[in-house]
Design a protein around this ligand. Structure first.
Ligand code: NG6
Ligand code: CA
Length: 507
């Protein structure tokens, strides 16, 4: 026994520094990604909702003022985030129904695959919304391909959104808690015979729909899409935050021996907003404010777990949102009525669905205890840049995409961000270069009536100086024709739109 002990202690000596060295090179990476959280929604970005746990990270990390999602809605932004490819290059990257097939190719390069190739364990917890299966899905069998086929070793997700069926958790391709005697069927075109709907059975509703959201009813909430069966597997909306938090905490505890990448894609504050009773009424702003406080609490509890497990110094945290804020996104939930003086999108124009700044410019910060110096950074950075930047962090490279290596910017060692960025909303694109933002001519309704948001469409070209005019009030296109043409040319080159380039004369 003594001999064994001394051999062990001899062996232990040189191993310790080796472990220390490799853990610096490959920190755990946690990506906390909210759904519809606007640029001005959290206190550290000027919001009136108290978010002390998120603020503590943002104020002690690099807080970006020019951080962008690639798109003003969920699916395209998530596609860009995970692949490094602009979503407008993929015609399927638009808001998906719950039955849509997977839109990331299983052979495609992804952020989790890149990290896995250098020894990371990878997980996605909560919202997926990138499609599942390759055609018609049988929800009663293993659902594949999905997150596990594009780089995640572990997945526990919602198929699409909280307002879309199926309203079940899917863990590694299997519906959680499904009773084989009550199979689940999903359809987005027609209802199943005899099943109530939000439209025909208002007496069954405890949350009323404003637009859309009038198909199947689950837990008294009308949803998008039709479902039959699988009752046992339905989630409890008010418990969703706790459910995913526990999954995230357990994942960390069970995978701390090797570096891990956790994509914690929280569902708040997307509709339907269903805070746990602990948070009801807490914000004074109605359920939308309450679920933001709930999300903040989850972040705090999750950070406590990292601390308890002694992992905080060795974990890079990236925080952002998939698109900007919307108030009434289809249910009567007092989001507009109880807003008070809170400005969910700060000073930015537009909102979710918009080519104006509030569509894609979102809260975005990094935190790494002891490694990152607290600062505010004005560098232009986009979520697609995580692929190249994190590859640089872990010492590998990736095939070229639209992603750029901004590792120094992410870690607060440089303020030299991107020179330009293409933004997307409703499959239309806009172009940011330096301080300038160009929106091409898009005839069509300027306001998306149902959500009351200006989406940026206009028959005129629009040109804004974001440094001087963050609220995009002064269209300078007519005043600066030469600059307008120059920007158009660069923009059409990036987009590969050569027909348009030929039309431009640079006088
Ligand atoms: C829209 C829904 C909206 C929301 C959005 C997706 C209607 C009328 N509106 O179609 O409520 O679910 O899709 O949001 O159905 S996202 O953040 O996931 O992109
Ligand atoms: Ca969203």
């Amino acid at each position: 026994m003594k001999i064994v002990n001394s051999i062990v202690s001899m062996l232990a000596l040189p191993i310790v520094p080796l472990i220390a060295a490799s853990s610096t090179a490959k920190p755990n990476i946690v990506l906390i990604y909210l759904d519809d959280l606007g640029y001005g929604d959290i206190s550290c970005y000027g919001g009136k909702i108290k978010t002390p746990n998120i603020d503590a990270l943002a104020n002690n990390g690099v807080r970006f003022t020019n951080g962008y999602a690639t798109s003003a809605t969920s699916t395209p932004s998530r596609y860009g985030l995970l692949t490094g490819v602009y979503p407008w290059r993929n015609k399927d990257a638009k808001i998906l129904p719950g039955t849509a097939p997977l839109i990331i190719g299983t052979e495609q390069q992804t952020l989790p695959k890149m990290l896995r190739s250098v020894g990371y364990q990878t997980a996605v917890i909560s919202k997926w919304h990138l499609g599942l299966g390759s055609g018609i899905v049988d929800w009663n069998k293993k659902i594949t391909p999905g997150p596990n086929e594009v780089g995640f070793d572990y997945s526990c997700v919602l198929a699409a959104t909280q307002d879309r069926v199926p309203t079940v958790y899917i863990e590694n391709g299997h519906v959680v808690g499904l009773d084989p005697n009550d199979p689940i069927q999903v359809d987005y075109d027609k209802n199943f015979e005899g099943e109530p709907t939000g439209k025909l059975n208002p007496e069954l509703l405890r949350m009323k729909w404003h637009h859309g959201h009038n198909s199947s009813i689950v837990n008294g909430i009308p949803r998008i899409g039709y479902v039959k069966g699988g009752k046992n597997a339905n989630w409890v909306d008010e418990e969703m935050a706790d459910y995913f938090l526990l999954k995230a905490q357990n994942y960390v505890k069970e995978h701390k021996s090797q570096p891990f990448f956790l994509y914690y894609a929280m569902h708040q504050p997307h509709v339907p907003r269903t805070p746990h009773p602990r948070f009801v009424g807490k914000s004074g702003l109605g359920p939308r404010g309450d679920v933001i406080m709930e999300a903040d609490w989850c972040v705090g509890e999750f950070i406590k777990t990292l601390e308890q497990e002694n992992l905080l110094e060795n974990t890079l945290i990236v925080f952002s949102s998939d698109n900007g804020a919307v108030l009434n996104d289809g249910y009567y939930d007092d989001a507009v009525e109880k807003l008070g003086n809170h400005t969910p999108n700060g000073l930015l124009r537009g909102g979710k669905y918009s080519l104006y700044e509030a569509g894609c410019r979102v809260p975005f910060f990094t935190y790494w205890k002891g490694k990152i110096k607290p600062q505010v950074s004005d560098a232009l950075i986009c979520q697609i840049d995580l692929l190249e930047s994190l590859a640089a962090l872990v010492g590998t490279d990736v095939k070229p995409t639209d992603s750029q290596n901004l590792l120094k910017v992410l870690l607060g060692k440089s303020k030299k961000g991107r020179e330009s960025l293409v933004l997307e909303a409703n499959t239309k694109t806009a172009f940011r270069k330096g301080d300038w933002l160009l929106i091409p001519s898009y005839p069509g309704d300027a306001v998306l009536e149902e959500v009351n948001i200006e989406i940026g469409f206009s028959p005129e070209y629009q040109l804004y100086n974001l440094k001087k005019d963050i609220g995009q009030k002064n269209n300078l296109a007519i005043k600066h024709p030469r600059l307008l043409n120059k920007l158009k040319k660069v923009f059409y080159t990036v987009r590969g739109d050569y027909k348009n380039i030929e039309k431009i004369e640079l006088k």
